[in-house]
Design a binder for this molecule. Structure first.
Ligand code: DLL
Length: 432
């Protein structure tokens, strides 16, 4: 089902013309309203006027997550505050989050793109969309919510968690589309089965799953257990939120919404473009965003682009499932976690050494995070009660900064392997 047929099926030539026009206007506007971009353009000896063709985009400098952090909170906004109607935030590499803003037009565009994504899953006015992504600073909940409303569907703003209630609402309200993380969907499926729910008897027919990596194996399980079509949705706060790309029913990758974003794939080490069909880091430039435009934003997500025509009739390029990251960010139960955030907390505490190891595993359908923390020699000789207290304080601090629960394992001094090169901070045992 097309939501914006004229844009979704536009010929590649027409699309290129639209992209160039929008790109020139967006870069011009951004250059004049955001000092950061003016400076980086100057350093690289380029001006917006140098953009004569789409290929000229490569002459513009990249933007990276630390640029966002360095300009915390509003330094990269391109409109005055009275035009900003919404803020969202996601975790940065240290304690401070990355903040993004939206004008009324941005919220409108986002709602429209999320409606397009839900329509790709077969959604329409008669659907009941249960939004199980978290509501709040995270873009998942409100992003999906506005899209479902724009579609004219009935929205159930369930937010994340509270599994028994989710299952009750799903049955009583006749949910037809479920939007949440794939791991939570699997958890709902298993809890539902334990409660004796027969999903084949429910009207549920599609799942719009994203915000974390998943696999074909998980798709199979979700489709079988929930008796649905399970589709992948991609996005990131810095670029908008969910709805940057969405899989169609052909299930051969996610169409990137190229009327609003330009996608490139680069070699993360050299920054050079890689040819279609080869893996590399996804780089995105926004074409229509007003409050928080991004120019060549390095997502750190590793994927492959496929420009082949799709059997669904959409002409937008497809990205394959995200297979990894070119930095050390982890996604644990849908929450983005940087090892450096844990490190800053340990340094704050002082009673521990900044030697640590994050051990991530999947227990059943749920991610499990265990943090090994080395004690200082003085602490090591302390009473059990004091150690228990330290464990509790660390756990609670990590929970309040990162928004994620974990188990702390205090270990003897010098037990975490030292490395001569880059320290190994993560052991990820998850099979997804
Ligand atoms: O996760 C936005 C979102 C919400 C997308 C709901 C889809 C559904 P952030 O919290 O900023 O935003 O995290 C963005 O999550 O750079 C990827 O590493 C990862 N990610 C998002 N979608 C997928 C996906 C939201 N479908 C980061 N597959 C991104 C794999 C994904 N990874």
């Amino acid at each position: 089902m097309y939501w914006n047929p004229e844009y979704e099926t536009m010929s590649r030539d027409e699309l290129a013309r639209l992209q160039l026009k929008r790109l020139q206007a967006s870069v011009e506007r951004t250059y004049h309203s955001v000092p950061f971009y003016r400076q980086t353009f100057k350093k690289n000896n380029v001006t917006p006027g140098d953009l004569r063709t789409l290929d000229d985009l490569r002459r513009l400098p990249f933007t990276v997550k630390t640029d966002l952090r360095d300009n915390y909170p509003f330094g990269l906004f391109a409109v005055p505050q009275d035009k900003v109607v919404r803020l969202h935030a996601s975790s940065g590499t240290t304690g401070k989050p990355i903040v993004v803003g939206y004008t009324q037009n941005d919220i409108d565009t986002w709602a429209n793109l999320m409606a397009r994504a839900l329509a790709m899953a077969g959604g329409g006015k008669n659907d009941v969309v249960q939004v199980g992504y978290g509501y709040g600073l995270f873009t998942g909940g409100l992003g999906a919510h506005y899209g479902a409303e724009r579609l004219g569907a009935t929205v159930v703003p369930a937010s994340g968690g509270n599994t028994s209630r989710q299952l009750m609402l799903m049955q009583d309200f006749g949910t037809t589309i479920l939007a949440c993380t794939p791991s939570y969907a699997l958890y709902l499926a298993e809890e539902g089965a334990n409660q004796g729910i027969d999903f084949t008897k429910l009207p549920l027919r599609a799942g719009v799953f994203g915000a974390e990596p998943w696999s074909e194996r998980m798709r199979q399980q979700l489709e079988e257990k929930l008796d649905i079509v399970a589709l992948d949705i991609y996005g990131l706060s810095e670029v908008m939120g969910p709805g940057v790309a969405m899989e169609c029913q052909a299930k051969q990758g996610m169409h990137i919404f190229e009327d609003h974003f330009i996608a490139e794939v680069i070699d993360p080490d050299t920054g050079e473009p890689v040819p279609y069909g080869e893996p590399g880091e996804l780089v995105i430039t926004s074409l229509t965003k007003e409050a928080f435009p991004v120019i060549r934003y390095r997502t750190r997500d590793i994927t492959v682009l496929n420009p082949e025509p799709c059997s669904c009739g959409r002409t937008h390029v497809r990205m394959q499932r995200v297979t990894g990251r070119s930095d050390d960010m982890l996604i644990v139960r849908g929450v983005n976690v940087f090892p450096s955030q844990i490190e800053s907390i340990l340094l704050e505490f002082g009673e521990t050494q900044p030697h640590y190891l994050l051990v991530v595993d999947r227990k059943g359908t749920m991610d499990d995070l265990e943090i090994w923390v080395e004690l200082s020699s003085e602490m090591f000789n302390d009473k059990v009660r004091l150690l228990e207290d330290l464990e509790r304080r660390l756990r609670s601090r990590i929970n309040s900064v990162l928004g994620i629960s974990s188990r702390i394992k205090l270990v003897e001094p010098r037990t975490i392997p030292r490395s001569e090169g880059k320290a190994k901070r993560v052991v990820d045992k998850r099979e997804i």
